[in-house]
Design a protein around this ligand. Sequence first.
Ligand code: ADP
Length: 262
Amino acid sequence: AEEQLRQSQKMEAVGQLTGGLAHDFNNLLTGITGSLELLQMRMRQGRTAELDRFIVAAQQSADRAAALTHRLLAFSRRQTLDPKPTDVASLMAGVAELITRAIGPAIALEMASVQDLWSTLVDPNQLENALLNLCINARDAMPDGGRIMIQAENIFLDGRAAGPRDMPPGQYVSLSVTDTGTGMSPEVIERAFDPFFTTKPMGQGTGLGLSMIYGFVRQSGGQVRIHSEVGRGTTVRLYLPRHAQAAEAAARRSGVAVASRA
Ligand code: ADP
């Protein structure tokens, strides 16, 4: 509860500080207008061969500016969630292409999910954002390329068996993103969920990715865990609670099957 209070105070502080991000945003806009100006100049000079570069640069800046506004909006809305029964496996498939584009060709993407993956009750848009964010963090940790594995499985915590001891017993869908990157030191892991904590160069990291993911997952009744080893890589695992109604329906269905066989 103390940890939760600490976290909510931080979230509060973030809400007040988001104005500071206007600076980052302005830099991105400068990237866009600068590229567009160059584009216009070269077009007037009839030098069309090199124009692609400016278009790509403008697009990249615009994409990052858009991502930043989405994050800001999510905060100003106090991350109002719209939870729906969500099939994590099809959500993964749905964002695969977006992720592939975001991580670039030097990084291999693998996805795996168990056959009978349980349904979860989460906001699917926020979960997509979270997954994309985790993959971008993984990409940033692998400047020389590597591998990202996204895995989904069912986890039953009975309060005795293995698993995080401080987690309430129950049924969860585990969604993990593993990379073969730089890894994180214990000091970085300790602060990773803090809003605005970033080790990335100015203008590249906002330090909001993991804190937003933490906020969203905790609000959804789940947990986030980081396992990381410097020089080997990182796994960030989201424990998303199983959609209880789906669980009941499945139990009913199996009950009907038994009755019809009798
Ligand atoms: P940002 O990505 O903008 O820095 P985050 O909150 O997403 O903000 O991450 C905070 C910090 O945690 C990063 O700056 C980085 O140092 C560390 N981090 C997050 N994910 C990874 C990862 N997969 N591998 C190594 N370090 C990571």
